[in-house]
Design a protein around this ligand. Sequence first.
Ligand SMILES: Cc1cc2nc3c(=O)[nH]c(=O)nc-3n(C[C@H](O)[C@H](O)[C@H](O)COP(=O)(O)OP(=O)(O)OC[C@H]3O[C@@H](n4cnc5c(N)ncnc54)[C@H](O)[C@@H]3O)c2cc1C
Length: 278
Amino acid sequence: MQEQHHRPDLAVQRVRHPLKFRLLQVKQVRALTPHLIRVTFTGDDLHDFVSASFDDHMKVFFPEPGADKPTLPQAGPDGPVFPEGKRPTARDFTPRRFDRDAGELDIEFAMHDAGPAATWAAQAKVGQYLGIGGPRGSLVIPTGFDWHLLIGDDTALPAIARRLEELPPGTRAAAVIEVADPSARIEFTTQAELHLVWCYRSEIDTQGGTRGAALLQAVRDTWLPENGEGYVWAAGEAATMRAVRQHLCGERGVHKTRIRAASYWKQGAVAVHETLDD
Ligand SMILES: Cc1cc2nc3c(=O)[nH]c(=O)nc-3n(C[C@H](O)[C@H](O)[C@H](O)COP(=O)(O)OP(=O)(O)OC[C@H]3O[C@@H](n4cnc5c(N)ncnc54)[C@H](O)[C@@H]3O)c2cc1C
């Protein structure tokens, strides 16, 4: 797939937003599956919240042990200023749904064994406090591509679900998603013509350190249209995303300007976020 310059409507735009930190309160907690918890937040601070893209992320700040509210940084001229120079515990999450009129923001947490975010989500209760910073910027990927391919694991489900809701009627879209087992599947609301592929991690994959093998194979097996302008968005575990991007750009002719691949987490490391490029 060669980069086409005669379609300015397909230019990916970067948008900056003023840095703001907001204190939010839990309004509702709902387990969508045994593996995914949706928390609805509310708070006056949301009145000027902006999220321009499904690809956005916010820093989520958790209360330190024993505290009921998180310590939030101040927005300084050169970025965040941390109280007493100490960085509070924070992780990256996707603004899954924002409803300005209702003053509600949803975040969906993929459950896993350990870590402050997963631990917080597992105990989340109405009335508790959390902080968010950002989004500081958005990568706005036009919806007008001839086809869209969305790839990811549990951590990408909120972004993929939001993108599918936002795509206009009749858009050609495929989603290839790896989760633990069929109980982790969610329903998507979309007007796109969706080709959906779920694949499942096996215990052997996870124990043998080859997590992501099922997703990579499913991407290999996915047919890509030869004609038209397409865009690939992929997010998930770092090594898997690197392999997915290499396969698509190296073996399937996807132009590097037509793919956004990001590490949303990294096996054995905490709080990792990398955009993958050459
Ligand atoms: C831009 C962006 C958007 C994101 N959006 C979302 C989102 O909407 N929902 C969401 O659930 N996650 C999302 N993530 C991923 C999330 O930030 C990471 O999974 C984060 O590490 C979770 O923090 P934690 O405190 O639970 O675990 P950490 O303290 O960061 O990690 C503890 C241990 O758990 C492992 N680990 C981390 N995440 C997972 C996982 N999902 N499965 C298995 N093991 C894991 C780590 O390798 C580490 O060994 C996003 C990440 C980025 C960069």
